[in-house]
Design a binder for this molecule. Structure first.
Ligand SMILES: NC(=O)c1ccc[n+]([C@@H]2O[C@H](COP(=O)([O-])OP(=O)(O)OC[C@H]3O[C@@H](n4cnc5c(N)ncnc54)[C@H](OP(=O)(O)O)[C@@H]3O)[C@@H](O)[C@H]2O)c1
Length: 319
């Protein structure tokens, strides 16, 4: 790689990927929603503007790492579905088209394990599963994957597990805040398992995936082979950050609390727990990572507790 375009360069993963590439001596060209500093290129993936300026910007680059997405925001309602589709699906289609017109060959797309349909799945999800997740976000990322895979470009798609670590703005930060404020409980034994990946490892794999000349797998799940349970995750935060241990709530009490939350929501009141949250907490969201391990056999993986230790100070300072 010589000239790498990174979209969503102002975001969490995008900014980390840019920094890692620059440390390796690559020339990075940043696409951001709104141009800030000189050298950045402003492009809103939610609009269907004429592609000319984007094509002109992409010319001369050899790789695109597409991180920009509508993510970590509401999934409910028609407006959210439209917005997700516009930015994540239609926006990716535009970028694919512009890449082809500009002669950029390699296209790396950051997708998500949210594309899987977890309901009734009794094993870690493998990349060949075709039934899609229900959320507007999941559907928009699935659609985007298809545009990328049918692009005719030298494509690669990384379906990332939930990312944690320094710079986290959503997933585990919300959880850590709730634990610190004693507003979280573990339903039942908390034995649902979750695929996760630390930010440093995610960046390393994306960077590696972009650099492999002819990868044996073009579509792969990215996550730690050790998949912590919800109980292990909350205990790791309590232990490392000095938060009180999260209490367990039996299945019946959890369901009652969720129903109460549903009721509060129907009358427009805020509720931290509802049935959807409870289902999420109780569902295994595990992916198989054989393809990742084949492509990156030398990576050493620790358990969640050890990995979180490196990011402890960040969560302590941010909660
Ligand atoms: N974090 C995770 O756990 C996780 C897990 C699986 C997959 N992913 C994928 O990883 C990628 C990066 O996620 P992240 O966690 O780094 O999220 P993030 O910090 O919210 O970054 C998203 C980036 O997309 C940009 N963006 C959003 N809407 C845009 C639009 N209409 N036009 C142009 N740019 C737009 C944002 O720009 P602004 O700064 O202007 O908003 C931001 O730079 C996404 O594709 C996401 O689906 C993340």
């Amino acid at each position: 790689m010589q000239h790498v375009v990174v979209t969503g360069a102002s975001g969490w993963l995008g900014s980390r990927i840019c920094a890692a590439l620059e440390r390796d001596g690559e020339t990075v060209r940043r696409v951001v929603r709104q141009q800030g500093v000189a050298g950045e290129f402003g492009w809103d993936f939610g609009r269907s503007d004429a592609l000319g300026p984007l094509v002109a910007f992409l010319r001369g680059s050899d790789t695109i790492i597409h991180c920009a997405a509508r993510v970590h925001v509401g999934n409910d309602g028609d407006a959210a579905a439209k917005a997700h589709h516009a930015v994540n699906a239609a926006g990716t289609r535009q970028l694919v088209q512009a890449a082809r017109e500009a002669g950029v060959q390699r296209f790396v797309f950051l997708s998500t394990i949210a594309v899987y349909h977890w309901d009734g799945l009794c094993r870690p999800a493998t990349e060949d599963l075709i039934e899609s997740g229900e959320s507007a976000y999941a559907k928009s990322k699935r659609a985007a994957e298809q545009f990328v895979a049918e692009s005719g470009l030298d494509w690669r798609i990384a379906r990332l597990a939930t990312v944690f670590g320094e710079g986290d703005i959503a997933n585990f930060l919300r959880l850590a805040r709730a634990i610190r404020r004693r507003r979280f409980f573990v339903p039942g034994d908390g034995d649902s398992r979750k695929s996760v990946v630390s930010i440093d490892r995610a960046v390393e794999i994306i960077r590696g995936l972009a650099a492999i000349p002819a990868p044996r797998h073009r579509l792969l799940n990215v996550g730690s082979p050790t998949r912590p349970t919800l109980r292990e995750i909350s205990d790791a935060f309590s232990d490392l950050c000095g938060f009180a241990r999260v209490p367990s709530l039996g299945p019946v009490a959890s369901r009652w609390l969720a129903r109460l939350g549903d009721g509060l929501r129907t009358v427009g009141l805020p509720a931290p727990y509802d049935s959807a949250t409870l289902t999420k907490l109780n569902t295994d969201t595990m992916v198989a990572v054989q393809r990742q391990q084949e492509l990156f056999p030398d990576l050493q993986w620790g358990n969640f507790h050890d990995d979180l230790r490196r990011h402890r100070d960040y969560y302590l300072a941010s909660t």
